[in-house]
Design a protein around this ligand. Structure first.
Ligand code: HSE
Length: 435
């Protein structure tokens, strides 16, 4: 059988990794596929040939059109990232009848619907396994492995950079900026690292997970997003003393009222496996109505792990290249069966909370705060006053609450902050038991 010809757009961290995986595991791959996969061309504005296996066999140009318009190429692999010109390149490749594989979560989250329609129109496939959770084959697990379930909720650590930063801060007391710099040097971080630390990258991925899990459109713009930049080392310590780790979670839940889509720092009981996922590793916990909870763990970023997912897509596409009607639909559901489920605003969501405030060290403060919580019907699970004093003689007061609607908590926090005995803002971190 003739080889399947692949053209790469981008030869950076993931592009270079993809070439290396295809070359290093060529024999194993053709044993599985029954034919050879050959990278025949690549387009990159600049690249370092050092460490790129078999690059001398690849025609490299600095013009994407040389790949997109090459009649011999069956699969175009977009690994340049970002919204534009990636969107234009993918649309052009699809229009030229090429199958497309991409690792670009921003592109899929923002323009997925348009691209899926273009792929359908052209009778080709658009695959994007590497867009979520790096090397973990999570999209295949949802679309195929869990296809017999109604998925109830998904909770994941889906940004490796953010998890790496939180872990290093907790375990080694390292400075935020210093760890971020290391994540950039290791090739984990996005071109704009605010995407990692402000939760935008995780929100892109969560929108994709929710779409595939619940059969709904991609709603990145409706995803509530809160980053990790405001987490103070003392909160990590207090949470730990209370039996929780702080994780930056993406959570999607399909409820009777609507879909929750939220990315935020979260206290998770230390006993949960996902609370112990550290460093650049990702993990996704999925609750299916028949199977119950299942957990998927692996490297969420980095050259070879992400390339592993890209290559799996290339193999999948290559398998159905001549009978594309047998391929699993891009969003896992049949065309016309995607339901536009309403997305709940964050104020409507109910969770437990960790609250930390600074109180004047005088009698009756705890009673004042707890009576405001009681008036709002918020029940307290734990309360602790720490001995350490701030410069102006205040003491940290930490409490964990039972579940309450966000809007009620917002109003109550405003009332607590207005108390004469409380200094500054109340820090709040949501809490999930994931049981
Ligand atoms: N910047 C991303 C992360 C890369 O750290 O998870 C993988 O999508």
């Amino acid at each position: 059988m003739n080889p399947v010809n692949v053209g790469l757009l981008g030869l950076g961290t993931v592009g270079g990794g993809t070439l290396n995986v295809l070359v290093r595991n060529a024999e194993e791959i053709s044993r599985r596929l029954g034919r050879e996969i050959k990278v025949v061309a690549a387009a990159a504005r600049e690249y370092d040939p050092e460490g790129l296996d078999g690059i001398d066999q690849v025609r490299v140009s600095n013009d994407a059109a040389d790949v997109i318009s090459d009649p011999d190429i069956h699969i175009v692999v977009e690994l340049i990232g970002g919204y534009s010109p990636a969107r234009e390149f993918v649309l052009e490749a699809l229009a030229n009848g090429k199958h497309v594989v991409t690792a670009n979560k921003a592109l899929i989250a923002m323009h997925g619907e348009e691209l899926f329609a273009a792929a359908r129109e052209a009778g080709v496939t658009l695959a994007y396994e590497a867009a979520v959770a790096g090397g973990i084959p999570i999209l295949k697990a949802i679309r195929e492995g869990l296809a017999g379930n109604r998925i109830e909720w998904v909770a994941g650590i889906i940004n490796g950079t953010g998890n790496f930063i939180l872990t290093e801060m907790r375990d080694k007391g390292r400075d935020f900026a210093d760890v971020l710099k290391e994540a950039q040097e290791l090739g984990y971080a996005e071109a704009d690292p605010t995407f990692d630390v402000e939760g935008i990258d995780a929100a892109h991925k969560l929108a994709i997970l929710a779409s595939l899990s619940f059969g709904m459109p991609l709603h990145f713009e409706k995803t509530y997003t809160e980053g990790i930049t405001k987490i103070e080392p003392r909160d990590v310590t207090y949470a730990s003393e209370l039996g929780y780790n702080i994780k930056h979670l993406g959570i999607a839940r399909n409820t009777d009222e609507g879909v929750e889509l939220r990315v935020h720092p979260t206290l998770v009981p230390k006993g949960r496996l996902i609370a112990n996922v550290d460093g650049v590793m990702n993990a996704v916990l999925i609750k299916g109505d028949m199977v119950g909870p299942t957990l998927y763990y692996g490297a969420g970023a980095g050259s070879l792990p992400t390339a592993s997912a890209v290559v799996a897509d290339i193999i999948d596409v290559a398998r159905s290249i001549d009978h594309i009607d047998t391929a699993v639909p891009c969003q896992g559901y049949q065309d016309g069966k995607i339901e536009d489920l309403p997305v709940l605003p964050i104020e409507e969501i109910t969770t437990s909370f960790y609250l930390r405030m600074y109180a004047r060290d005088i009698a009756g403060v705890m009673a004042e705060v707890s009576s405001l919580l009681a008036e709002a019907g918020i029940s307290i699970e734990a309360m602790h006053q720490y001995e350490s004093h701030t410069e102006d003689g205040c003491v940290p007061l930490v409490m964990l609450t039972h579940r309450v609607k966000e809007q009620v908590m917002n109003e109550t926090i405003a009332r607590i902050e207005a108390l004469e005995t409380i200094k500054g803002e109340v820090a709040r971190i949501r809490m999930e038991h994931l049981d």
